[in-house]
Design a protein around this ligand. Sequence first.
Ligand SMILES: Cc1cc2nc3c(=O)[nH]c(=O)nc-3n(C[C@H](O)[C@H](O)[C@H](O)COP(=O)(O)OP(=O)(O)OC[C@H]3O[C@@H](n4cnc5c(N)ncnc54)[C@H](O)[C@@H]3O)c2cc1C
Length: 380
Amino acid sequence: MKNYSSHIGIVGGGIAGLTVGCALRLQGINTIVFERADEVSEYGAGISISPNALRPLQKLGIKDDFVDRSFVPEKAVMHYQGKEIKRLDTEVVTSSRQKLIEVIHQRYAGLGGEILFEHECESLDESSCEITFTNNEIYKVSHILVCDGIKSSIRQNYFPASGVPAYSGYSAWRGIGLSEIKDIQFHFGPGTHIVNYPIDHEGRTSFVGVVKTNEATEDSWKIKGSKEVFLEDFKFYDEEIFSMVSSSEVIYKWGVYIRPSLNSMCSKNITLLGDAAHPMVPFLGQGGCMAIEDAYTFAILSGELDCDFNKVQPLYEKIRLHRNNRIQSASMLQGKLNHIKNPIAAFTRNLLMSHTPLLAMRTNKIWNYNVDEEISKALS
Ligand SMILES: Cc1cc2nc3c(=O)[nH]c(=O)nc-3n(C[C@H](O)[C@H](O)[C@H](O)COP(=O)(O)OP(=O)(O)OC[C@H]3O[C@@H](n4cnc5c(N)ncnc54)[C@H](O)[C@@H]3O)c2cc1C
């Protein structure tokens, strides 16, 4: 057994794991990330990061590098059946997951953070704080942060009432092609919607097309789909929208999976962060943002409370549980709104979107969340 009891052990080197690693290192806390993959790699899917998560990234010294390698669109434009229905200012940064992971990983390495690849967690002992890996190594750490994503087997074992991943009723197509668009474009149609945005200054453009269907697709970023089937799923739309699809080398289709909301994100010596705690349908673009908020909150509390995890855990839960659960259910509701089939209901939705400030109000409520203020309130 390797004794790392002066380190926090982080299982999973995705957005949550690497961000919490950076934030803890900045507090002077020792960390070790265990990642099952053999390198930090991500499939080239798009991701948008909104101001609520950009603020913590700024504090962690990651934002500027991220923005430099990404795109900052000025407007989000909504369309229904080819017609523009709303144009809004936007403050999100659009990029690829690959670049986001790269910049966080580089920052983590720059802060002296340790990461071990090809370390797949097999089991934990929450009393002794030991983690056993499939390569038979065992590490003893001071606390275990569970950042192993939606399929988290640790969640399965230590939060047994918390349900297994289930198909959400939505399947998504995604790819990265070339186009000249400069804004975020939403296109709504019966039972489907599409989101396109630039991810850099070279014209690379992310497209995601979502279909509501009972035909479950596997939850995997690696399943290649055919462009012909994609075009069939989106035959109601003007083909111009898909100009970037023809230049995309590959196009992937995957099922969107969810797990029920939790009543608690903590157990003895174990704390859940990111998708392991609260996977959500991606219709508000907040899964990664919540992972960043979780990571920052846990690390600042750990610094402020001298790594007394008996004090950190209840405050972390107090700050994060309600916010995560609320965004999880709001994302689900957004899915229903995006995929309305009934023409009268769609007309009403479009009217509300175009003639009321509801959309901006809802977005601002999510984006204006200030994680530092919430931490200060909880500590006072
Ligand atoms: C179509 C789609 C679009 C999205 N768009 C957005 C968006 O625009 N904005 C946004 O904020 N979010 C978006 N999201 C959500 C976002 O991608 C996730 O919420 C985010 O990746 C969660 O990060 P995570 O670190 O918790 O989990 P993951 O990114 O899944 O990382 C988990 C890590 O743990 C590792 N791991 C797993 N099991 C083990 C183990 N046993 N041992 C060791 N390591 C392990 C994995 O290899 C992986 O590296 C989108 C999601 C989808 C599906």
